[in-house]
Design a protein around this ligand. Sequence first.
Ligand code: CO
Length: 168
Amino acid sequence: MALRNILTKEDKSLYKVCRPVVKFDARLHQLLDDMADTLIKANGVGLAAPQVGILRRAVLVIETNVEEGEDEVILELINPELVETSGEQVGAEGCLSVPGEYGIVRRPDHAVVKAQDRNGEWFEYAGDGLTARCICHELEHLDGHLFTEKCERMLTHEEIYGTEGGEE
Ligand code: CO
């Protein structure tokens, strides 16, 4: 396992359409393991392969809606496709490739995704709230899109960090 470098918005790789994963081999497993390490180290909730320079359709999403006391689960979604979305949420969103910037993005509140696991088996997964937001965000990375394209507005410095100063 190893950390990979997270590309930032200046990098052309983030604007390309990624190709499907066709080999479910040790090399893919290594990529997914490295991405998990990288995601956890960066304190993110999701990471797409193009963010580490690999133009293949693979993403990780941390499922945060777990029972109290249980570990968070890292979902591996290979060749994912949205099969259903419903509801709506409007909230702040960020991206490890756009450090320090946050914006208001409207997203479905429920998303069902069909994907392959690391061994090529197809499955369906339904996510709500932050997980639904994250699934939509990560899948867009695979088609070369960043959340900043969808922002209704960006948050100001004060909204992100609060006002400077305060009590002496
Ligand atoms: Co992102």
